[in-house]
Design a protein around this ligand. Structure first.
Ligand SMILES: Cc1cc2nc3c(=O)[nH]c(=O)nc-3n(C[C@H](O)[C@H](O)[C@H](O)COP(=O)(O)OP(=O)(O)OC[C@H]3O[C@@H](n4cnc5c(N)ncnc54)[C@H](O)[C@@H]3O)c2cc1C
Length: 446
């Protein structure tokens, strides 16, 4: 959608093919038809059930609760994504709850950035963190200063665990600060995660302006927040957005690409393949010129994200809109009442691989319910719960990963997606950046 918006803005006609019944991909709204949407009126302008209503590419019509396939969090440094949301009609301050950089592992560790310019806000937060001995806090500050001196660049990539060991980061500091941060940013355990990619995120989030490290929590479902608005933007400029239109094959022609979809066959001057990596590999495999890109895609491994939604009575709340737990199944908890006026709706997020994958969903939800009871004294039972397991949520962000370039060996066929070459892990910002790059490459060829 980022590529489509950028091309439409330049007056280049675009057609978007989406195989699913709704836009959004791995950041999408999911309808719970039998659940009543209970939304505080004071939040109603920003929490839309039927965004716009009416037209054929809008799937969310009628009543029901819409929740995302997983809780998404944006950082203030996701500048291209935030700019895109505003370009298509969003308003960042209304559409998101903005929280200053903070990490709170309930009762165990907390760290909150004071209102100082970057990077002083971070250094002060580390020095004043609660729940770590002074020596560990000092080690964390020294580590950050060392990273700054290195301009957040390693001469050789390594795992995050190795980098932390090289810089004398204590086990307790690692468990309470760096490990949760790495899993949240890269969705990859520290023993497998690329130190360089983590440093890229730290460089952008922590080292420039203070607002870059802000955490932004969407107040509406993700389909309404970005892709639906982007579709409207594209259609207003003469483009087409077709949902339930899966692409089945791509065939290079002399002056373009033939695209076969469930709706028939069409020819285009260029095609951007913006599917998840497994589908991209399937579509590109028959094209001999793209062998090496296909090999890179097929070598990617994946990591899951599990999201547990729990509907409690409306008075149930958490101490903060977002709070972490230490050494529990629930890594992060979100209070949708405080975020979006959906009182009593709590969300537990479990990122990356782990023993939770071995539990049936019912049992996993019961673990989360027990944790909420033990940590916060929530004795009520939820009226319902729902576990959404995204088994291939992101690629496993390993050191020295070779990711395919947006420009392929076929000049008229490009690749977009969070898994394509870039500085960032699998994030919205990585996906948007790749789409904008494809739009630039196409504009330059015309
Ligand atoms: C549960 C979860 C939580 C996450 N949390 C965060 C977060 O907090 N912050 C963050 O930045 N990122 C987060 N991510 C990652 C983020 O969602 C992804 O990086 C991003 O959405 C990837 O976008 P994409 O366009 O590359 O791919 P996708 O979103 O996968 O989009 C690919 C699209 O292609 C469509 N498609 C598939 N096959 C075909 C076909 N044959 N023809 C036509 N269309 C097809 C799919 O339906 C989909 O809409 C999370 C992901 C998950 C799953």
């Amino acid at each position: 959608m980022a590529a489509a918006v950028a091309l439409a803005e330049r007056g280049i006609p675009v057609s978007v093919f989406e195989s699913a019944r709704q836009l959004g991909g791995r950041a999408r709204g999911v309808v719970f038809p039998n659940q009543v949407a209970r939304v505080d009126e004071s939040h109603s302008p920003s929490f839309q059930l039927s965004p716009g209503g009416g037209k054929s590419n809008r799937p969310f019509q009628g009543d029901g609760l819409i929740l995302d396939n997983g809780q998404h969090l944006l950082l203030g440094c996701y500048r291209q994504t935030l700019r895109l949301i505003e370009q298509v009609g969003g308003n960042i301050e209304q559409d998101f709850l903005r929280l200053p950089l903070q990490l709170d592992l309930h009762g165990v560790f907390s760290f909150k950035a004071p209102r100082l310019p970057a990077p002083l806000h971070l250094l002060a937060a580390l020095l004043n963190a609660q729940g770590l001995p002074f020596g560990a806090r000092l080690a964390a500050v020294r580590f950050m200063l060392a990273l700054r001196r290195m301009s957040f660049r390693l001469t050789k990539d390594m795992t995050v665990a190795d980098l932390l060991a090289q810089h004398g980061q204590h086990a307790e500091l690692t468990q309470k600060l760096w490990e949760p941060l790495c899993i949240a940013a890269l969705n990859t355990p520290i023993q497998k995660a690329s130190a360089q990619v983590l440093l890229n995120v730290l460089r952008d989030a922590l080292n420039r302006s203070r607002a870059d490290s802000d955490m932004l929590l969407p107040r509406m479902n993700f389909t309404a927040l970005l892709p639906q608005r982007a579709a409207d933007y594209v259609e207003r400029r003469g483009g087409k957005v077709c949902i339930s239109c899966g692409v089945e094959a791509l065939r290079p022609l002399e002056n373009g690409i033939e695209l076969a979809s469930t709706q028939g066959t069409e020819q285009f001057s260029h095609v951007i393949c913006a599917t998840p990596p497994n589908v991209a590999a399937r579509l590109l495999r028959p094209l001999a010129e793209l062998d090496s890109a296909v090999a890179q895609i097929e070598a990617l491994q994946h990591q899951p994200i599990y999201t547990v939604y729990l509907r409690y009575p409306a008075h149930v709340t958490l101490p903060h809109p977002m709070i972490g737990l230490h050494r529990r199944f629930s890594q992060w908890l979100f209070d949708k009442g405080q975020i979006a006026g959906q009182h009593g709706l709590l969300v537990a997020v479990i990122s990356a691989e782990g023993i939770h994958q071995e539990l049936p969903h019912e049992q996993l939800a019961q673990k989360v319910i027990a944790e909420l009871r033990e940590e916060f004294g929530i004795t009520e039972s939820p009226q319902w719960f729902k576990v959404i397991a995204e088994k291939r949520a992101t690629f496993c962000c390993a050191p020295n990963l070779q990711r395919p370039m947006q420009q392929t060996a076929l000049p008229r066929l490009l690749l977009a997606g969070d898994y394509t070459a870039g500085d960032y892990p699998a994030t919205l910002e990585g996906a948007v950046a790749s789409g904008l790059r494809c739009a630039d490459l196409i504009s330059a060829q015309r």
